[in-house]
Design a protein around this ligand. Sequence first.
Ligand SMILES: NC(=O)C1=CN([C@@H]2O[C@H](COP(=O)(O)OP(=O)(O)OC[C@H]3O[C@@H](n4cnc5c(N)ncnc54)[C@H](OP(=O)(O)O)[C@@H]3O)[C@@H](O)[C@H]2O)C=CC1
Ligand SMILES: O=C(O)CCC(=O)C(=O)O
Length: 478
Amino acid sequence: MAQLFKHYINGRWETGVTIGVSENPSDLADVVGEFARADANQTEQALRAAADARGAWADSTPQRRFEVLDAIGSELIARKEELGKLLAREEGKTLPEAIAEATRAGMIFKFFAGEALRLRGDRLPSVRPGVDVEVTREPVGVVALIAPWNFPLAIPAWKIAPALAWGNSVVFKPAELVPACAFALAEIIARSGLPAGVFNLVMGSGRMVGQTLVDSPLVDAISFTGSVPVGEGILAAASARRAKVQLEMGGKNPLIVLADADMDQAVECAVQGAYFSTGQRCTASSRLIVEAPVHQAFVDRLRERVRKLKVDHALKRGTEIGPVVDARQLETVRGYIDIGRSEGAELLCGGELIERETRGHYLAPALFLAQPQHRIAREEIFGPVACVLRADDAEHALALANDTPFGLCAGVCTRSLKQASHFKRQLQAGMVMVNLPTAGVDPHVPFGGRKGSSYGPREQGAYAAEFYTTVKTAYTLA
Ligand SMILES: NC(=O)C1=CN([C@@H]2O[C@H](COP(=O)(O)OP(=O)(O)OC[C@H]3O[C@@H](n4cnc5c(N)ncnc54)[C@H](OP(=O)(O)O)[C@@H]3O)[C@@H](O)[C@H]2O)C=CC1
Ligand SMILES: O=C(O)CCC(=O)C(=O)O
């Protein structure tokens, strides 16, 4: 019998109003488990529990918060192999990538355990005699955390850990595609000694559970990672009732290869950034902008490397690219491949469905030669598809890189310190990589973008305090 992944509401495991099924995208015959799905009433129970618990946790000592978060981090790291296997089975990224993600989730909890002890304030002289001014940070209150499927442990970790570190109570809604990972994380959090109601897991559709969270007057702040249209809807609804909002949405991240780049390194950056994790990363390098003198050599070498990528079951040793996460995403990605062809982009390799021992959503990584106006060069695809754009010179490459409604991450491959500095200054993105893939970030520094990619304060690192705390200024006449 399939395992049932339950909600965690007010310190208790609860069955849902209906049941959903989680399947393995590498092997559609393998059911990962069944999961509880909530309706609006059940979601509201979790919200009331979080609202009732907020005082107790907000008043807890930093040492207690440190201990809780540190224990969660330790368990995640100790169980990284087992959790990585579950993640690879449910989401489809390769086992080494999935183990690395479980480790990263643990490191994030440990980082924010330390941050609980490091929360700073200011004490300043007043302009008035005898008066002291203190600026302190307090918890925001009840935070709703709405997460996507592509990093089912790390993204929830980088939302839940800072929320708890700074004394908030949480209602966490994972994506419906990854309930087993959400449940595994919730089980670890449930054992950590938090008061009942401080952390709640509610599963179910975005339209039902997500929208109930977004519309609830009990929610003080919403942190969301996912698509642009859903993010925009959340912003409109939350702003109307003045809830705090943080959105991390799409990207169309450029990787620029200048003529002086180390070609081996540039090809490796492109392959890792564009295709690893099946290209299902908001930081994926989906636009490869190459300076004219090395364009042909780069394209030839990249095509050879992409053709040889091993696409197979996520748990199989040696697999480099796992399946696409589900049938709907596969259809979206294949739709873009058709659009690319019909608009006149040249498909250099890949793009076809592949059969393996098990029936899964396998797609050969696709590489296009495109023009800047092609939709595949402008819209986020979120799959193993990249396009190469030719630039006349370095300034043209920079202009092409910035010609996008997005601004999450950008990369440049060059041996020139001068060019590296110039591109770091001029690229319109929240994160810039030099001689590194655009995807794959550290857990302790800010994460987020500009333009259409993000909204609100940054996630991760000490900067996350801007979102998860609110500032108070106190005046005292001694
Ligand atoms: N920036 C990123 O890291 C990500 C970007 N994307 C982009 O989004 C595209 C579609 O992916 P998809 O999974 O459908 O992304 P969505 O934006 O639909 O989903 C992200 C999260 O939001 C939830 N959600 C959906 N609708 C609402 C709503 N009305 N109110 C509140 N929450 C809601 C989802 O729930 P549920 O799915 O459970 O119904 C999920 O938990 C991808 O192709 C990619 O371009 C996707 C994932 C991550
Ligand atoms: O590239 C990374 O390490 C993180 C990417 C990410 O957060 C995302 O795709 O949503």
